[in-house]
Write a protein that binds this ligand. Structure first.
Ligand code: NAI
Ligand code: MG
Length: 504
């Protein structure tokens, strides 16, 4: 890890300010409702912060139930007036155009993501590329929404997949534009209109993207209301005219979304937390395993629901693996996320820094050993931003919150194993089941462990790879439903059976 000298701070501040003034519209940014930019009735605003420098980035209007109601109404008007009559071709064309616009300005959107979220530019580019690819995938999928016929004597039964109408979508801050696209694309492809709320920490990329595509969006089909969870998100997920809700975020809030949906019997997709194991098999090549483990854990600064946060290393490889792994972790470059060489940018907010450090403190207070990292940086550029050192802890009790709960920062828990059955039991012994991974060249081992791990995604010799078409979602308390795939399209539809009797 490297840190910078105090003079670098001025240079970085200037660089970020210049870029922001070049790329971002002046605030306060407004809600997008019914094809128009509107202010909140209360005219309250909040500030999105640049977590690298701690500077305010732009102010944004704060939505309330009033704006949510307006957006839901506009979305229903659009659905009833014209979007219901849209053809798969119309929807495909829209999604393709959305992809093309994003591609044309890909670097700009990657830079905006860096300014608002703090993720390294190299990773922000991957987000945008994936978002483009998802738009194209669902542009194709829009043409494949088919029903079936069911033979039954004198009855002719056919099924049609119909959109719900208005879908409410809540997005978090770790992949701001990518996760917004993950939600928008299948909902639109299936013929729904949308009211979406981005996270209060990172609303800028989506709002800027909507400006970019305003002229191609049919009126009222996409509506964006910005604001905080309880004030803006809650009225959306509990709205009696929103029959389908898709949420990504914490399990705690997800539980609340599920309860709210119960009142109106709304359908839900939940993509929640994780505490994913990565297993290093006895036969694994230590260098390759170390590389995979670093990617699995420290990609996006650990702010990744699928992150491989519990690293199970077979004791026969530990002697070679652990030093190789720690070497790589220590060599991760923390710094200005606009620098091409930066591996780890800031966490998204002070709150996330505090949350991460809380778990490090718990580890310190127990018998655990901190093998590397464990702190923030006190000097130079990194002292101003929300930086947490990449951290690895070992010898943590299995029932410790450090092992059981989602930290969502760069903290890896290292665990040695020798007995397969005991390792599997421990790997599965958390409330979450989002993802898991294994590094091995032994095909039988890969098959066996893929079957034994209770998770919605198992990666073998890779991690965090999610091309469109690969369903993504969780077992257990990691969620309900799958995103990014054909079944996602189906989850944005409801089936109508039309049963016709013939006269004798
Ligand atoms: P959060 O779950 O509070 O926020 C996610 C989104 O939900 C945001 O848009 C937020 O405004 C909205 N929201 C919050 N309360 C709501 C409510 N009552 N009704 C409707 N929407 C609501 O997560 P937060 O506070 O940003 O992060 C806390 C922890 O949650 C993180 O440390 C991490 O462990 C987890 N998390 C998991 C994510 C994932 O990808 N699965 C993403 C973000 C956070
Ligand atoms: Mg921000």
């Amino acid at each position: 890890m490297t840190s910078n000298s105090p003079t670098d701070l001025d240079r970085v501040r200037t660089r970020h300010r210049d870029l922001a003034s070049r790329l971002l519209p002046g605030g306060p940014l407004e809600h997008y409702v019914g094809g128009e930019w509107i202010r909140g009735t209360a005219d309250d605003t909040f500030t999105s912060v640049n977590p690298t420098t701690g500077d305010p980035l732009v102010t944004v209007h704060e939505g309330t139930k009033t704006e949510v109601d307006r957006a839901v109404e506009a979305a229903w008007d659009a659905f009833d007036d014209h979007w219901w009559d849209s053809t798969p071709a119309d929807r495909q064309r829209l999604l393709q155009q959305m992809a093309n616009r994003l591609e044309r300005e890909a670097e700009k959107f990657a830079q905006i993501e860096v300014l608002d979220n703090g993720k390294p530019i190299t990773e922000a580019r991957q987000d945008i590329d994936l978002a483009i690819d998802h738009l194209r995938y669902f542009a194709g999928a829009a043409r494949n929404l088919e029903g079936k016929t069911v033979p039954h004597g004198d009855l002719h039964i056919q099924t049609v997949r119909e959109p719900y109408g208005v879908v409410g979508q809540i997005v978090p801050w770790n992949f701001p534009l990518l996760l917004a696209v993950w939600k928008l694309a299948p909902a639109l492809a299936a013929g729904n209109t949308v009211v979406l709320k981005p996270a209060e920490q990172t609303p800028v990329s989506l709002l800027t993207y909507v400006r970019e595509i305003e002229d191609i969006l049919p009126e009222g089909v996409v509506n964006v209301v910005t604001g905080f969870g309880p004030e803006t998100g809650a009225p959306l997920v509990s709205h009696d005219r929103v029959p389908k809700i898709a949420f990504t975020g914490s399990t705690e809030v997800g539980r609340g979304v599920m309860k709210a949906a119960a009142n109106t019997i709304s359908d839900i997709t939940l993509e929640l937390g994780g505490k994913s194991p990565l297993v290093v098999a006895p036969d694994a090549d230590p260098e390759r395993a170390a590389e995979t483990a670093v990617d699995a854990m420290f990609f996006n600064g650990g702010e990744c629901c699928s992150a491989g946060t519990r690293l199970f290393v077979h004791e026969s490889t530990a002697e070679e693996f652990v030093p190789a792994f720690l070497d790589r972790v220590r060599n991760l470059q923390m710094g200005d996320p606009l620098d091409e060489a930066t591996d780890i940018g800031p966490q998204v907010s002070r709150a996330e820094v505090e949350k991460t450090l809380h778990y490090v403190t718990l580890a310190r207070e127990s018998e655990a050993r901190i093998l590397t990292g464990g702190g923030t940086v006190e000097e130079g550029l990194l002292a101003e931003g929300c930086f947490v050192e990449p951290t690895v802890v070992a010898d943590v009790a299995v029932d410790s919150p450090v092992v059981q709960q989602e930290i969502f920062g760069p903290v890896e828990v290292l665990i040695e194993w020798d007995d397969y059955e005991a390792m599997i039991a421990e790997a599965n012994d958390v409330d979450y089941g989002l993802a898991a991974g294994v590094v091995t060249n032994d095909l039988s081992f890969a098959h066996r462990i893929s079957r034994d791990l209770k998770a919605g995604n198992v990666w073998v010799n890779t991690f965090n790879r999610l091309p469109p078409g690969q369903p993504f979602g969780g077992y257990k308390q990691s969620g309900i439903g799958r995103e990014g795939a054909m079944e996602t399209l189906h989850e944005y539809t409801q089936t109508k059976s039309v049963t016709m009797a013939f006269e004798e």
